[in-house]
Every structure is written in C-alpha cells, then in structure tokens.
Write a protein that binds this ligand. Structure first.
Ligand SMILES: Cc1cc2nc3c(=O)[nH]c(=O)nc-3n(C[C@H](O)[C@H](O)[C@H](O)COP(=O)(O)OP(=O)(O)OC[C@H]3O[C@@H](n4cnc5c(N)ncnc54)[C@H](O)[C@@H]3O)c2cc1C
Length: 433
C-alpha cells in the first residue's frame, strides 16, 4: 500500500506533535507516524501507585518560554509537590539532617564557584555555540570541574548529588557545558535553574498538554506505526513502516532522540555528525523511580552520593495514610525502579523508618523508542555535533528536544525545535512548486 502526504512527521512526542500542529495550520496534508501505542513519547502520565504519575518528563517553569506559552494557550493549571521540611545528606558515610535552607547554604558556595563563568561561556543560551572558544571548556566533564574546587567532604557530596539529580548520569561522563547551558538559561542563577528544573508540574499531568495539542491539530496521527526506512532525494522521500506500508512525502520530519536516530535505515545516509553522536550516546543513562510509602510522613528530600544507586529522593505527593516519593539514580544498570527490595535498600542510606509499599518506573534506556532519558551531552558533543544535528539534509528535517538551543533536554526544548522545523518547512514549501 502506498499513499501521499505533504509532510510525514516521524514520532508523536511533544516535538512531533507541535511540528504537526503548526504545519497542519498551513493547510498541508500532515501525517504523524508514532511507533508506540500512545502519544507523548518521553512524557507519559500513567495511573500507578494510586495516582497519575509522570513516568517521564514532569517539571516546567515560567522561565521556559515555549512550554509556558503552551500553558497559557491551553489554560493548563500548574501545581507543585509539598515543600520539604527535612533534608538529609551524606558526609562520607555519615547522615546529616537539617532544613532545606541548611542544605541550600551548604551547596551555595560550591555552586557559585563552579558556575561563576557561566555567562562568559554561554552569553546567549538561545545561541549556545555563540562563544568562539567554547570547544576549550567543552572538553571537561562536570566531575573535572567539581574536583578542581577541592570542596570539603560535606560540601562535595552535597554538590555531587545535586548534579547527579540534574544530569541523570555519572558526572565524569556529563559535559560541563550542559551544566553551563542550564544555568545560562536562568541568567546565571543556580538557584533559579534548580527551581526551573524540579518544582512545578501540570496539575492534570503532561497528558493534559498532549491531549490539548492533539485536539488542536489538523494532522492525521497514527499510533502503533513504527518507521523503519527513509529513502530521499531532492524532490521528496518515501517512508516505509515496519509492516511495509509506504508514504510518499515532500518533506519528512525526524524527531527521534539522539541515541536511536542512528538506527533508522536512511538512504542516502545521515551526515557523519548525526551518526557519530548517536553512536557515542548521550551521557544520561539514569533511572527515575516512584516509591509509595506508608504515611503520614513529613515531606523530606535526601541527597546521597554518586556511589549510591539512588542519589536523590523527594516527597512529591502526600496522602493521609501514604506518601509517594520520586527518586533518581545516575546509572540504570545499577538499580531497577520496579525492584522493591533494591529500592527499599537504597532508601536505608538515609532512613530505616520508611515502610515501602509499592515501587514503579520505566526502563527508558532499554526502551527501543527512546534509548535515553533526557539529553545531557558528553564532553565535546555540544561543539562537535549540535549544529549539524539541527541541520536539514535535503528534504529531511530534524526536530526534538535533544536538538534545541535554549532548554535542550526539556519539554520546552521539544516545543522550540518543533516550532523551528515547522517554520523551516513552511518557508520552503511556500517557495517551491
Ligand atoms: C525520566 C525522565 C524525566 C524527565 N524529566 C523532565 C522534566 O522534569 N522536565 C522536562 O522539561 N523534561 C524532562 N524530561 C525530558 C523530556 O521529557 C523530553 O526532553 C521531551 O519529552 C522529548 O520530546 P521529543 O518529542 O523531543 O522526544 P520523544 O518524546 O522521545 O519523542 C520521540 C517520539 O518518536 C517515537 N519513535 C521512536 N522511534 C520511532 C520510529 N522508528 N517510528 C515512529 N516513531 C518512533 C517515540 O515513540 C516518541 O514518541 C524527562 C525525560 C525522562 C525520560
């Protein structure tokens, strides 16, 4: 079977859905082909542990302009989890306890020193490659730069765990420039960066955003339709699905994450930079776990160290007789979020009084339709690959949060990239016959 479309969008995550919505408005025939049986990609609200939980992307903020514009457009409500009343962190093997303020004061000097030159390296976060000397700093991992500070043991572990929370990766694999980009996006304030990436969420879940975009699109959307092959030339492309159906299109938008884009059979092949980035993989390879414990408990957060399978844990929902915690670890090969015994053990680092009832999560790393969690570059990847990753190749265009300028790796970045690609294609189709 073979059919025609003006534009085929591969992937029904946020980037694909935004691209399709925008292009659909121009009256073009737009077809979205999504491999999974659901839309949203790495945002996924699912009912587990008695609540609608975000298995993937969650937090957003008004300093993220693209996602906030969508919140305003669709009138979506925003909420937050409870403010933590107690904080736990480690100094070597010793557990320390204090208030949120105590912890923030502890990490503040290290954060300030680490990020002091943020705006020198990333003066324009919306144009992250603007600084001509950027490659010199892009050689370093965040671990390299943290080690240079020679912090005391309390401060070191606290800073280390905070960065693991952000990177979802071992710190010696994550590029220092990724930390700089996040902080530059909040004008150099680590505190605001922290808030922007980890506090506010949609009251009805990211599913509300997905539903609102889908209800507002003229594009045709097909789920359960995996794309395997793209053949393209100067005039158009033929997209072939796993079941052998073919769609002819004038333009194709590929929205696959960096780690899996190289698996698509594309002829002629993608440029060397896109393929090299995909082969090297992103630094992020961590886990996110949801944990239901017996309540009532006081809301808390806890940071451990890189050596622990879960480095960050926090109360996200409080019930009368239970609470749901969210946790992150740097390496998904070290803990399975569905393994209740392993999660129970990991929590004992800080406290042995929590009664774990149920746990859940998703193995994003071995999911063939993502292969990663959220983008964090390895050293050199920003300066070697980003520009080329954003570039169209003939009739193929590339959207996706991994290829965004401002909040790459975030929901915001997915929207930014979708708007950019829709504009590119609209302009091209208007000027071509
Ligand atoms: C655990 C986790 C926590 C996160 N936390 C946050 C957060 O708090 N805040 C935040 O802003 N961001 C967060 N993110 C990141 C955010 O969710 C992503 O950056 C964003 O959703 C990516 O959108 P995208 O459209 O670029 O990519 P994706 O959502 O990955 O979309 C790509 C789509 O392509 C589909 N696909 C793949 N292969 C094929 C194929 N061969 N054929 C057809 N379709 C295919 C996929 O199924 C998917 O739907 C998190 C992500 C994860 C995983």
């Amino acid at each position: 079977m073979s059919e025609q479309a003006d534009v085929v969008v591969i992937g029904g995550g946020i980037a694909g859905l935004i691209t399709a919505r925008e292009l659909g408005r121009t009256g073009r025939r737009v077809l979205v082909l999504e491999a999974r049986n659901r839309l949203g990609g790495r945002v996924w609200t699912d009912h587990r542990l008695g609540r609608d939980l975000e298995i993937g992307g969650t937090w957003l903020h008004w300093v993220q302009p693209h996602v906030w514009a969508e919140i305003t457009r669709y009138g979506l409500a925003v909420t937050r989890g409870p403010r933590p009343e107690v904080a736990y962190w480690l100094a070597g093997n010793q557990v320390r306890q204090g208030t949120l303020d105590d912890f923030m004061k502890l990490i503040d000097p290290g954060m300030r020193r680490l990020l002091a030159d943020t705006m020198r390296w990333i003066p324009r976060p919306d144009d992250p490659l603007a600084e001509p000397e950027l490659a010199t700093i892009d050689a370093f991992s965040v671990q390299d730069k943290l080690d240079e500070l020679e912090l005391g043991v309390d401060e070191y572990h606290a800073n280390e765990a905070a960065w693991i929370g952000h990177f979802n990766a071992p710190l010696d694999e994550g590029a220092f420039t990724s930390a700089l980009r996040w902080t530059a996006a909040t004008a150099g304030s680590w505190h605001l960066m922290h808030e922007a990436s980890a506090v506010f969420r949609l009251a009805s879940g990211t599913q509300a955003l997905v539903k609102a975009i889908v209800a507002d699109t003229r594009a045709e959307i097909r789920t359960g339709t995996e794309v395997r092959r793209i053949e393209h030339d100067a005039y158009g492309a033929v997209v072939t699905t796993a079941t052998g159906e073919q769609v002819h299109a004038r333009r194709v938008v590929v929205t696959l994450p960096q780690n899996i884009i190289g698996n698509l059979d594309i002829s002629p092949a993608l440029c060397q930079e896109k393929l090299a980035a995909s082969k090297e993989k992103t630094a992020s390879k961590g886990v996110k776990a949801w944990i239901r414990v017996r309540g009532p408990i006081e809301p808390f957060f806890a940071y451990s160290s890189a050596a622990h399978p879960l480095s960050v844990v926090r109360t996200e929902y409080l019930g009368d007789d239970d609470a749901v915690l969210v946790a992150f670890g740097a390496d998904s090969s070290r803990i399975t979020p569905n393994d209740i015994d392993a999660v129970r053990e990991a929590l004992r680092v800080w406290r042995d009084d929590l009664d774990v009832i149920e746990v859940t999560g998703h193995d994003w790393m071995s999911d063939p339709y993502s292969g990663e969690t959220w983008l964090m570059h390895r050293p050199h990847q920003l300066t070697r690959y980003l520009r080329a990753q954003q570039q169209p190749e003939g009739v193929l265009h590339f959207a996706g949060s991994d290829y965004a300028n401002l909040w790459a790796g975030f929901i915001d970045g997915a929207i930014e990239s979708g708007l950019r690609v829709a504009r590119e294609i609209t302009t091209q189709l208007a000027t071509s016959r």
